[in-house]
Design a protein around this ligand. Structure first.
Ligand code: GDP
Ligand code: MG
Length: 165
């Protein structure tokens, strides 16, 4: 069985950029407009001889009553329910937001293994990498500093995902 890995997080944190990076293709639409990925996107990727299926989801928007956002949230929840591991993407330069905390709360309840991807850390300087530490507050375990746009920390992220299987 191919492990199923769901990529979730609030809008605009870089989920689709990470998905494209992991699967090595530009399949998902990357947009500055939040909430563009309305449906789930599936694609396979190999890592150390093993095949994984990744699911890109729309922005997980807790507590929004708008119908589109509600649909987006439902898609993200379905993805989490069916996955083996969840990658929870946050914008580490913006820092921890209430929307991130709401997603974290849902993920803690889901009981699924989670790897936190502290994204948008575009260089390897100590000051930049230190921004990832804040997200240990979630109490969800490992936090991987990374840059989906620059491909930094992606192999470390794969390793964390494998460790959760
Ligand atoms: P999604 O809504 O979570 O799927 O986010 P997207 O992948 O569409 O990205 C939202 C915005 O963040 C886009 O403008 C991306 O170019 C930008 N972005 C994504 N990853 C990175 C990164 O590692 N570093 C920086 N600086 N920007 C990023
Ligand atoms: Mg997206």
């Amino acid at each position: 069985m191919k492990p199923l890995v769901a990529i979730v997080g609030r809008p605009n944190v870089g989920k689709s950029t990470l998905f494209n990076r992991l699967v090595g293709k530009r399949l998902a639409l990357v947009e500055d407009m939040p909430g563009v990925t309305r449906d789930r996107h599936y694609a396979d990727a190999q890592w150390e001889g093993r095949t994984f299926t990744f699911i890109d989801t729309g922005g997980f928007v807790p507590g929004e009553e708008d119908t589109l956002l509600q649909q987006v949230r439902e898609q993200a929840q379905l993805a989490v329910e069916e996955c083996d591991v969840t990658i929870f993407v946050v914008d580490a330069r913006e820092g921890l937001t209430p929307a991130d905390e709401a997603v974290a709360k849902y993920l803690r309840k889901s009981g699924k293994p989670v790897v936190v991807a502290a994204n948008k850390l575009d260089n390897t300087s100590g000051t930049m990498q230190a921004l990832a530490a804040e997200f240990y507050k979630f109490g969800l375990g490992e936090v991987q500093a990374m840059s989906a746009e620059h491909g930094l920390g992606v192999s470390g992220l794969f390793d964390e995902v494998v460790a959760k299987l």
